[in-house]
Design a protein around this ligand. Structure first.
Ligand SMILES: *[C@@H]1O[C@H](CO)[C@@H](O)[C@H](O)[C@H]1NC(C)=O
Ligand SMILES: *[C@@H]1O[C@H](CO)[C@@H](O)[C@H](O)[C@H]1NC(C)=O
Ligand SMILES: *[C@@H]1O[C@H](CO)[C@@H](O)[C@H](O)[C@H]1NC(C)=O
Ligand SMILES: *[C@@H]1O[C@H](CO)[C@@H](O)[C@H](O)[C@H]1NC(C)=O
Length: 389
């Protein structure tokens, strides 16, 4: 009996092994490393390691990380972010937080990439806000500062200039900025007009950073736009209005989304200029605004069976499950079961389910302008997503 059991099952095991070998993402991708810049949409844990000027942000507390990492990693999500799904789909390890790497004894392979993003980071330097009397609730980690960390790290990444060129040419640099410049200003009580007047400064800061990265010969730069913040539960609660005219048919705040749209338009115009000046650089606009917007229009189509404007983690109140004075992580907040049924995790940030779908849209080329070279990612993508679709 025992021997025929083995005889019957060995070929089947071999068969399974072959299928796994074909589907397992290995280095099919054109990209050999990922570098991250930005804020809480991209931070994979820097905030855990930077000495805090005040209390640590809520994203380092449970229930953050409950879906995927099963403990808080410093990511502002129940699980993985866009940069995490991208890394997995390229067959690369999760992008290590710069400050975690700096403190470790060199066990992390920097050549696969490093993440400089920090929760709350604006594009503009602190001085911009100080001059205008806007206080900074977060750390001094503007785009300029993150870029300087990157430049400081480069010599230790590569022993020779030609190694460096090779490394940077085959890297994918992912950047998201803007949200915190505007939100910080709005929360400081400044009106929409003042916030709009900051947009050209923010976009110029982003575009001059891209120019510097092009000079460093970074191969591909993906710059994400702003999310439709006017659809997110925290802002819907904070700026709640009795005037129905302020809301669109999806229940989103029109004036707030218009600020994000203005930023995204201006950013795309700038990116076009940069592409004309540097035809050999690959500059991709990651349209996370339009990738996320349908979630609020047809939530069920995407598996979001709960009210799309309700945060998964909050104090329990209707209609948004948000009390603007208590952030997820602090009592008495709690998370509902099944975060994958929600678009928003904590009112500010999306769930890993939403980030997964956004990443799919980016890497399939539907929400990348120009479309990302899908032959660089498609095999890996289909292997990863086939587990969930
Ligand atoms: C990281 O290193 C800095 C100084 O180099 C230190 O102040 C900090 O406590 C360290 N953080 C961790 C998490 O070990
Ligand atoms: C903030 O960062 C800027 C740019 O790197 C630097 O010039 C400034 O001294 C920093 N401020 C503080 C308080 O660390
Ligand atoms: C929000 O939380 C604060 C602090 O716990 C509490 O004092 C307040 O009553 C809450 N507001 C609402 C609308 O529940
Ligand atoms: C896309 O990537 C493949 C694989 O590296 C390459 O052969 C092809 O030329 C690229 N296509 C474009 C349009 O860049």
């Amino acid at each position: 009996m025992a021997s025929s059991f083995h005889f019957l099952h060995k070929p089947r095991l071999l068969h399974i092994f072959l299928i796994l070998t074909i589907l397992t993402p290995y280095a099919i991708s054109c990209y050999t490393s990922i570098f991250g810049f930005g804020d809480s949409l991209t931070d994979t844990g820097n905030t855990l390691y930077i000495p805090p000027p005040s209390k640590a942000p809520n994203c380092v507390l449970p229930p953050y990380g409950e879906t995927y990492f099963h403990n808080p990693t410093g990511r502002c999500c129940d699980g993985r972010l866009i940069i995490d799904f991208t890394a997995q789909n390229l067959g690369l390890p999760f992008v290590a937080p710069y400050f975690g790497v700096r403190n470790s004894s060199g066990a992390v392979n920097l050549e696969k990439g490093v993440n400089f993003a920090v929760i709350g980071a604006p594009a503009l330097d602190d001085s911009f806000f100080e001059e205008r009397g806007i206080t900074n609730p977060f750390k001094n980690v503007s785009l300029r500062r993150q870029l300087n960390w990157f430049k400081d790290l480069l010599p230790s990444l590569c022993s020779t200039p030609s190694n460096r060129k090779k490394l940077l040419q085959s890297s994918l640099l992912m950047m998201n900025f803007g949200g915190n410049d505007y939100v910080r200003t709005l929360i400081a009580g400044r009106g929409a007009e003042e916030v709009r007047s900051y947009v050209p400064f923010v976009v110029n800061t982003i575009s001059s950073a891209i120019n510097e990265l092009i000079e460093l010969e970074v191969g591909t730069i993906m710059v994400q736009g702003c999310l439709p913040v006017g659809c997110l539960p925290y802002y819907l609660t904070y700026f709640r209005s009795s005037d129905k005219e302020e809301y669109d048919s999806r229940g989103c705040l029109i004036w707030l989304n218009k600020i994000a749209e203005y930023h995204n338009e201006l950013l795309q115009i700038k990116l076009n200029h940069i592409r004309q000046l540097h035809p050999h650089a690959t500059i991709i606009y990651g349209d996370i605004y339009n990738a996320a917007l349908p979630f609020f229009l047809f939530p069920r189509k995407f598996g979001f069976t709960k009210e799309a404007h309700m945060a998964c983690c909050g104090t329990g109140g209707l209609p948004y499950n948000i009390n603007t004075s208590v952030a997820c992580g602090y009592p008495p907040t709690f998370a509902f079961d099944h975060p994958f049924m929600y678009v928003s995790w904590d009112g500010f940030h999306l769930t890993e389910a939403a980030y997964r779908l956004i990443t799919k849209g980016l890497l399939e080329g539907r929400y990348t302008i120009p479309p990302i070279n899908t032959s660089c990612v498609s095999t890996v993508v289909s292997a990863e997503y086939s587990k969930f679709d």
